[in-house]
Design a protein. Structure first.
Length: 803
C-alpha cells in the first residue's frame, strides 16, 4: 500500500497542467460548499443544544418576513388553550427575540438582553453553568429583572469571575440582577433569529404583541410529552385554529390561517429556511459539477497514460494494483483540492460575512470549527470515491495488446462510453446554476438602480410619544391630531441640523392604512394616508402634476386630496396625471377634489407600488392606529439627529414621553441583504460553472484531436476538408452537451416551482432558461473549437508516413 501511494503521488506530480486544472476544479467545488456550510450549519444541520431536542416543537399561526418585524406569531387565546393540554405538552413558552441594551458597568459597552418566559430553560432542558435558572419567585417584583448572562459575555466582560452573581445595576425603570450564566453556545429558540445577544431576562407578564384582533405571543415553542407524536400535536393545533383571536369576537367563515406545529429546528428558521435550502442546494449542484468535471479530467488523463498502464502490466503489475493507484491518484488530487478550498475560505471568511444577511451572519462559524473540518475531509473522500471510481475501473480493463495496437485502432469511437455521459451531466447542472444566476442577479441590479420614489439619504423616521392627551383614548383624529402634530413639529424644527419636518397619521412604509375601505371596496389593496404640511418636500417625493395642500386645506376645510400615479391608473385608467386635476373622488365621507398627483413611492425595494390617496392631517374620522406620532425629519447635509437632545426638548415641552429615531436609509439596507447575497452567490456560482465547463471541454476535445490525428490524415488524403473534420470532432463533444442542456432545462423549471417563495415575483424562468442554454452551448462550442485549430496544420503525408 505505501508503494501504491508513492506511485500515485509521483504520477500526480508529473501531471502538471491537467492535474493543476483538476485540483483547481475540486478546490472551487469544496470551497463554496465549506463557505455555505459554515453559514448554515448551526441553523440547518447541527443538533440543537437542548435536552431531547426531538420533542421540542415550534407553534405559529402567522409568520411575517418584514425586515422590521421578522417573526412568527401565535394568538394568545390559542396559546392559552394549548398550554392547558398537559396530555400533549409538558409546557409552552415563548422567546420574543427583541433586544434591550443596558450598561451593567459605567463605561462598559451595554449588554444586549432579550426577554423570555420564566419556564423557557426548563422546557429546553438547559441548566446554567453558574448560579441558577429562572423560577416563579423571580417575577415577584415587577421593577426587578433577573438576568442570565451568556457564557461568551461572562468571559468577555467579567473575565469569568463567579462574583458576577453579586452584580446589580439600576436604570430609570428597572433594577437588573444577575442570577446565573448560560452554557456556551446557547441558542435562542426565536424565529427572529437573534444570533448576537449577551443574556436573557425573565419577563414578569406574558410578552404580548398588540394586534387589532387581539394579543399575540411571539416565538412560541413547546415540549411534547414523552411518546406523543407530532401528528397528535398538529391535530390540537387544527382544533384551536377556529378560536377567535380576541374574547367576544366571533369568527366569520373559515379561518384564513391554520396553526402549524413543526419541529423546533424547522420552526425557528421558518423565515429563512427556504432561502437556506436554495443556497445549500445550489452549492451542492456546483460540487456535483466539480466532481463530474474531475471525473472527465481523470478519464482523459487515464486515456493519455494508457501506454504507461500497459507497461506496468508488462512489468508484472496486477490489474488490482492499477485500480488502487488510480483511486489513490484521485484521492491525492481531492485532498489537495479540499485543502486549497478550505484555505481560501479561511482567508476570505471576513469578506464573505460582509455580503451575508445579518440574520444568518451571527450564526456563522469559522473554518477552524470541528464540524467544518470534518466536512472538508468528507468532501475529499466523497469526491475521490465518486470521481475516481470510473477511471480506476477503466484502468483495470487496460491490456498490453490494446495499448500497443491503439494507434491503429483508435478512431471516433474512442470517446464513447463514460465521457459523453459526464459532459451531458455537466451541461445539465450548468444550465440549472446559470438559470438561478439569471433569475437573481438582474433583479438585484434593478433594486439598486430603481428609485424608491423618495430620497432616503438624510431622512429619519421618528415615533414620538409626547403630547398624548390623558385618558383612555390616546389615538387622535381631525383637529386635535393636527394640533398635536404642529406642537411636536414646532419643537423638532427648532432642533440643530433639522432642515424640514412633517408628520403623518401612519408610517407610509409600514402601515396599510385604509380605515373606510376606500380601496378595499374597489377590490384593490391601497392606502389612504393623512399627511401634514411639508410631507412631499421632507420625503423628497416628486410632484407629477398640480400642487400640494395649502392654507386652510390642511385643516380639511376644502375637501381635497392628492393621488399618486398608481391611484390615477386605478381610478381613471389611461388618463394622464394632469387630466385628473379638479375631478372629484367619492371618499365615503363626501367628495374630495384632486388637486395634485405625486410620484409613486415604494415601501421597500422591490415592493409593488400601492395606489395611495393622500388627505390633510386634519381630516376628521381618520383615527391614528397607534398613540405615537410618526414624524419624518430631513437633516441638513452631514448632520444626524441626536435622540437624547430631541427627547430632552420634547420632555421640556410636553413632559416625559417615548421617542424612537431610525434612519430610513439604514432601514432600507437590511431589505437589500437577501437579494444582494443571492445575486453575489449565484453570480459566483455561474462564473465557476462556466469555468468548469470550459476546462472539461478543452481537455476532452484536446484529447480527441490528438487521438484522431491518423483519422484526420486519412480523411484529408481522401479529399475531405479541415472544416469538415473539425465539425466531426466538435459533434463528438457537443452532442452530449445538447442533450444535457435539455435535461438541465427540465430540472431548472422544476426548481423554480419547488422554491417559489425565493424567486422574484412572477418569475417563470422561461427567458432565463433560454439565456442559460445559449450561454452553456456557446461557451462549450468555443472551448471545444479552440483545440481543433491544430487540425488545420495536419499534413496527411506526414501522418500516414508516421504510421
Amino acid at each position: 500500500m505505501p508503494s501504491d501511494l508513492i506511485a500515485a503521488v509521483r504520477a500526480v506530480l508529473r501531471g502538471r497542467a491537467l492535474v493543476a486544472a483538476a485540483v483547481v476544479t475540486f478546490a472551487l467545488g469544496v470551497g463554496l460548499n465549506v463557505m455555505v456550510l459554515g453559514l448554515v450549519d448551526r441553523l440547518m444541520f447541527r443538533p440543537l443544544p437542548f435536552a431531547d431536542p426531538d420533542r421540542l416543537v415550534h407553534i405559529h399561526l402567522l409568520a411575517r418576513s418584514d425586515p422590521g418585524l421578522a417573526q412568527s406569531f401565535m394568538p394568545y387565546a390559542m396559546t392559552r388553550v394549548l398550554a392547558e393540554r398537559d396530555d400533549l405538552f409538558e409546557g409552552i413558552a415563548w422567546a420574543d427575540g427583541a433586544v434591550e441594551e443596558t450598561a451593567a458597568i459605567a463605561g462598559q459597552n451595554p449588554l444586549r438582553l432579550t426577554p423570555v418566559t420564566v419556564n423557557t430553560l426548563d422546557l429546553l432542558g438547559v441548566t446554567p453553568i453558574l448560579g441558577h435558572g429562572f423560577s416563579s419567585a423571580d417575577d415577584d417584583d415587577e421593577r426587578e429583572r433577573v438576568v442570565l448572562l451568556t457564557a461568551e459575555a461572562w468571559q468577555r466582560d467579567f473575565a469569568g469571575a463567579e462574583s458576577v452573581l453579586d452584580l446589580r445595576w439600576h436604570t430609570e425603570y428597572f433594577t437588573y440582577r444577575v442570577i446565573g450564566v448560560l452554557p456556551p453556545g446557547f441558542l435562542l429558540p426565536s424565529s427572529r433569529l437573534l444570533g448576537r445577544f449577551d443574556g436573557l431576562f425573565a419577563y414578569r407578564n406574558p410578552m404580548l404583541e398588540k394586534f387589532p384582533r387581539g394579543p399575540m405571543t411571539v416565538g412560541t415553542f413547546a415540549r411534547l410529552q414523552p411518546g406523543v407524536p407530532l401528528a397528535a400535536a398538529q391535530v390540537a393545533g387544527d382544533q384551536v385554529s377556529d378560536i377567535p383571536w380576541e374574547a367576544g369576537v366571533e369568527p366569520k367563515g373559515p379561518p384564513a390561517h391554520r396553526v402549524t406545529v413543526q419541529p423546533l429546528q424547522a420552526g425557528f428558521t421558518i423565515l429563512v429556511r427556504p432561502y437556506l435550502w436554495l443556497v445549500t442546494a445550489s452549492v451542492w449542484i456546483v460540487f456535483a459539477v466539480a466532481v463530474v468535471n474531475l471525473a472527465a479530467l481523470l478519464l482523459t488523463w487515464g486515456r493519455w497514460r494508457a501506454d504507461d498502464a500497459a507497461i506496468r502490466l508488462a512489468l508484472g503489475a496486477s490489474p488490482s494494483r492499477l485500480f488502487r493507484i488510480a483511486l489513490l491518484e484521485a484521492a491525492v488530487i481531492c485532498v489537495l483540492g479540499a485543502a486549497a478550498g478550505w484555505t481560501v475560505y479561511l482567508a476570505t471568511h471576513a469578506l464573505v460575512l460582509r455580503v451575508v444577511p445579518g440574520v444568518v451572519r451571527d450564526f456563522a462559524v469559522d473554518g477552524w470549527d470541528g464540524r467544518l473540518l470534518a466536512a472538508t475531509i468528507g468532501f475529499a473522500v466523497c469526491g475521490a470515491a465518486a470521481a475516481g471510481v470510473f477511471p480506476a475501473l477503466a484502468s483495470r480493463r487496460t491490456s498490453l495488446t490494446q495499448a500497443m495496437s491503439a494507434r491503429s485502432t483508435r478512431s471516433g469511437r474512442s470517446s464513447r462510453g463514460l465521457t459523453p455521459i459526464v459532459l451531458g451531466a455537466e451541461a445539465a447542472l450548468g444550465v440549472v446554476v446559470l438559470t438561478g444566476a439569471a433569475l437573481t442577479v438582474p433583479p438585484f441590479v434593478s433594486l439598486l438602480t430603481r428609485s424608491p420614489g423618495f430620497d432616503p439619504d438624510g431622512l429619519y423616521a421618528l415615533r414620538v410619544g409626547h403630547g398624548v392627551p390623558p385618558g383612555p383614548d390616546a389615538m387622535l383624529d381631525g383637529a386635535p391630531a393636527r394640533q398635536r402634530a404642529e406642537a411636536v413639529l414646532e419643537v423638532l424644527r427648532a432642533a440643530p441640523g433639522v432642515a424640514r419636518a412633517s408628520a403623518v397619521i401612519a408610517d407610509p412604509f409600514a402601515a396599510r392604512f385604509d380605515p373606510d375601505g376606500f380601496w378595499r371596496n374597489r377590490g384593490v389593496e391601497g392606502v389612504v394616508l393623512p399627511i401634514g404640511p411639508g410631507y412631499r418636500a421632507t420625503l423628497g417625493v416628486s410632484l407629477m402634476s398640480g400642487r400640494d395642500f395649502t392654507g386652510d386645506e390642511h385643516d380639511d376645510a376644502g375637501g381635497v386630496a392628492v393621488l399618486n400615479e398608481a391611484a390615477v391608473r386605478v381610478l381613471w385608467p389611461g388618463d394622464a396625471p394632469s387630466a385628473v386635476l379638479g375631478r372629484t373622488v367619492d371618499a365615503g365621507r363626501g367628495g374630495r377634489v384632486v388637486v395634485g398627483v405625486y410620484g409613486n413611492v415604494r415601501s421597500e425595494p422591490g415592493a409593488p407600488v400601492l395606489p395611495t390617496m393622500l388627505i390633510p392631517l386634519g381630516a376628521a374620522g381618520f383615527r391614528a392606529p397607534q398613540s405615537s406620532l410618526p414624524v419624518f425629519l430631513r437633516m441638513e447635509p452631514g448632520r444626524t439627529p441626536d435622540p437624547v437632545h430631541l427627547r430632552a426638548l420634547l420632555d421640556d415641552r410636553f413632559g416625559r414621553g417615548g421617542l424612537q429615531v431610525e434612519s430610513v436609509a439604514a432601514r432600507i439596507d437590511p431589505m437589500l441583504e437577501q437579494p444582494r447575497f443571492l445575486a453575489v452567490l449565484f453570480g459566483v456560482l455561474g462564473g465557476v460553472t462556466l469555468f468548469l465547463i470550459i476546462v472539461a471541454l478543452h481537455a476532452v476535445t484536446t484529447f480527441e484531436v490528438v487521438q484522431r490525428r491518423r483519422e484526420t490524415g486519412i480523411r484529408l488524403a481522401l479529399g475531405s476538408t479541415t472544416a469538415a473534420v473539425r465539425r466531426r470532432v466538435l459533434a463528438v463533444t457537443l452532442w452530449p452537451m445538447s442533450v444535457g442542456v435539455v435535461a438541465g432545462g427540465v430540472l431548472a423549471l422544476w426548481a423554480v416551482r419547488r422554491f417559489p417563495d425565493v424567486m422574484p415575483a412572477g418569475a417563470t424562468a422561461r427567458a432565463e432558461l433560454v439565456v442559460a442554454a445559449i450561454v452553456v452551448l456557446t461557451v462549450g462550442a468555443i472551448a471545444a473549437w479552440v483545440p481543433t485549430r491544430v487540425m488545420a496544420r495536419t499534413d496527411p503525408a506526414v501522418t500516414l508516413r508516421a504510421d
